[in-house]
Design a protein around this ligand. Structure first.
Ligand SMILES: [Zn+2]
Length: 185
């Protein structure tokens, strides 16, 4: 990790919070703690973390309420939120997905090592270069709309252009993509 990932751990369960605080610090994360959803929201707005790791049931504001409030504020709307669950209830998982949680981790079914890896994975996006077949499907339309030559050759060096794709949401198989030349960039 070149830059420290800052994680905000939100939980009213002191044992979970102190254990994960230790683990993430040991893994090179910068760690901040919050006592419940409302405290977490306050800390996230004042000093936005790279990621939030939150429990579900907490006094004053639960993990779902926290995610909903974060989504309303431009400063915090894009912060990935990972929810942890002790019971792994199906309705909690479904609600977490509906609200756009980045991950839902059942603590008893994952070792702390696996929890750390899943959170790190949010910051290690996979990237791919794929080549377009100029004869297939909408290739011709893409070339026309983007003013490329119909063979998808780089205007500078004549080598094939590729679609450089970055995986941004693993469960949804969602990509961000840009055309580039493997030679000129
Ligand atoms: Zn080129």
């Amino acid at each position: 990790m070149d830059k420290k990932i800052k994680i905000l751990i939100v939980d009213d369960d002191e044992s979970v919070k102190s254990m994960y605080s230790e683990i993430f610090k040991r893994e090179g994360f910068e760690v901040e703690e919050a006592a419940d959803g409302l405290d977490g929201l306050d800390k996230a707005v004042k000093n936005p973390p790279s990621v939030i790791f939150t429990g579900i049931i907490m006094p004053r504001m639960d993990g779902f309420g926290l995610k909903q409030e974060l989504a309303k504020n431009v400063v915090t709307a894009d912060i990935p939120v990972v929810m942890n669950s002790h019971m792994g209830r199906r309705e909690d998982l479904e609600r977490a997905n509906e609200l756009g949680m980045s991950d839902f981790i059942v603590l008893g079914m994952n070792t702390p090592r696996q929890v750390v890896d899943r959170i790190k994975a949010l910051f290690e996006r996979e990237e791919y270069d794929v080549q377009i077949d100029p004869k297939e499907l909408d290739a011709h339309k893409i070339a026309r709309d983007l003013n490329f030559n119909p063979q998808f050759e780089c205007p500078k060096c004549g080598r094939p252009m590729v679609l450089h794709m970055q995986l941004v949401d693993v469960p949804a198989k969602e990509f961000r993509a840009i055309f580039s030349c493997t030679n000129c960039g």
